[in-house]
Write a protein that binds this ligand. Structure first.
Ligand code: PLP
Length: 427
């Protein structure tokens, strides 16, 4: 074994480092931009995480929906190993064509229903990136440019309507949109051109529209903001307003898309189609950073020509191979249908527990995207107890316990989850 091989092997989960050393290394040499729980994960498989003693924890966070297919799904692993072993994985200068990108683009463009049908039945086009927030940026650029070119808004005057409690990531544009002060304090000047209204308040949206409104950016269900489902008719209402005022409507489905809520896309719970959709996380089954912005071909061509966007790694072979396999797994295993079926069973059992718990304020969610809001407002205090019992969860917006396991779970996993919820929430 060469030195480099030995070093790489030693960085795998079962290195010779103790948990304490790993935690010390991270806190000494790493930025403290995440509050971590006291768990060092050494191995992951399916819905399970393993520590050094091989104790297993059910992963009810699933990297915020990035591992909908479960950790190390064998089909995705095989595809990646094949790509690595057959010299088709490393980044290739994006001045040339590759079949992995071509096939990934076609698969994703066809999986997403026709975006923005008011622009014609032109099919969809995809612009691939890496982390989710990069595709949020692409979507914002598209809405602004659409406003300028299609609506004649003076460049620099475009406005985009966004929603309180949103979460779209951590770039300057995404924190400028945020209504959470902690995300932006000290990072100014922020990016202008966003108007914030309460989530679910159609009247407020209507009032916020001006001749300069180029776009509306919304999560059909809020993930980080507290796991809120938009009120009935809200998405249809903003669709109608967008049609009336020629506004570019974008759904951020990075956390709730790709089967999580019991449909392939969460907007399919209502009778609406956006003009553009942002996807990420589960797009690679948690094996590589892959995200994408998908819109009507006409709009993609209007906004993006050579030089107008780009990313060295966006759409590179390993990511595309992961993407093709990850989408294939969702379709073949009908993970959205499993999320719907198992999610219903899990939610009704959680509602039963909640009815007997003095701690629970509200249970909400769809599919395997279930939030349990606690009266104390301190969801993490409960999550720490779940961790001791072999279950990883975290809070959403402080007050809500997020239950979002991989979509591969079955009834016995539901029992595993609810036994722990029962122990901690009903005392
Ligand atoms: C709805 C939503 N948008 C955007 C993002 C940002 O994605 P990433 O962390 O991959 O940049 C997230 C991440 O949690 C998200 O939930």
């Amino acid at each position: 074994m060469t030195n480099v091989e030995a070093m790489a092997k030693n960085a795998l989960g079962f290195s010779n480092k103790s948990d304490k050393e790993i935690i010390d290394f991270e806190s000494t040499f790493g930025a403290h931009h995440y509050g971590r729980v006291e768990l060092v994960v050494r191995k992951t498989q399916g819905q399970w995480l393993y520590d050094e003693e091989n104790k297993k924890y059910m992963d009810c966070l699933a990297a915020y929906s990035a591992v909908n297919q479960g950790h190390h799904h064998p089909a995705i692993v095989r595809a990646l190993v094949d790509a690595l072993q057959n010299n088709y994985a490393s980044v290739i200068s994006n001045v040339v064509y590759t079949d992995s990108l071509a096939i990934f683009l076609k698969k994703l463009a066809n999986l997403v229903p026709q975006m923005g049908p008011r622009f014609g039945d032109n099919g969809n086009k995809v612009l691939p990136k890496n982390g989710g927030v990069e595709s949020v940026e692409t979507a914002i650029k598209t809405a602004r440019c659409f406003g300028h070119l299609e609506k004649g808004i003076a460049d620099g005057q475009q406005e985009i309507i966004v929603f309180e409690n949103n979460f779209h990531g951590r770039t300057m544009a995404a924190i400028s949109i945020s209504s959470t002060q902690k995300y932006k304090d000290g990072f100014g000047p922020l990016i202008p051109g966003f108007v914030t209204v309460p989530f679910g308040d159609l009247e407020a949206v209507a009032k916020a529209i001006t001749p300069n409104t180029a776009g509306i950016l919304v999560e059909p269900m809020q993930g980080e903001g507290g796991m809120y489902i938009s009120s009935d008719g809200f998405l249809e209402g903003i669709r109608k307003l967008s049609d009336e005022h020629n506004i570019f409507l974008i759904f951020d489905e990075i956390q709730v898309g790709l089967g999580r809520t019991g449909k392939m896309f969460s907007f399919q719970h209502e009778n609406v189609l956006p003009d553009g959709i942002i996807l990420g996380k589960a797009l690679s089954g948690g094996m590589a950073p892959v995200s994408a912005f998908v819109t009507n071909s006409k709009i993609m061509d209007l906004v993006f020509q050579p030089g107008r966007d780009g990313s060295t790694f966006g759409g590179y072979p390993l990511a595309c191979v992961a993407g093709i396999a990850a989408l294939g797994v969702i379709e073949d295993e009908k993970l959205h249908e499993n999320a719907e079926r198992i999610g219903k069973i899990l939610k009704s059992k959680i509602e039963n527990i909640a009815s007997r718990s003095k701690h629970v304020k509200e249970v909400r969610g769809r599919g395997l995207f279930i939030g349990i809001e606690v009266k104390s407002g301190d969801a993490m205090s409960f999550c720490n107890k779940f961790l001791e019992l072999g279950m990883l969860c975290n809070d959403s917006h402080g007050h809500t316990i997020r239950i979002s396991p991989p979509l591969i779970i079955d009834e016995s996993d539901v029992d595993y989850i609810t036994e722990r919820l029962e122990k901690v929430l009903v005392d």
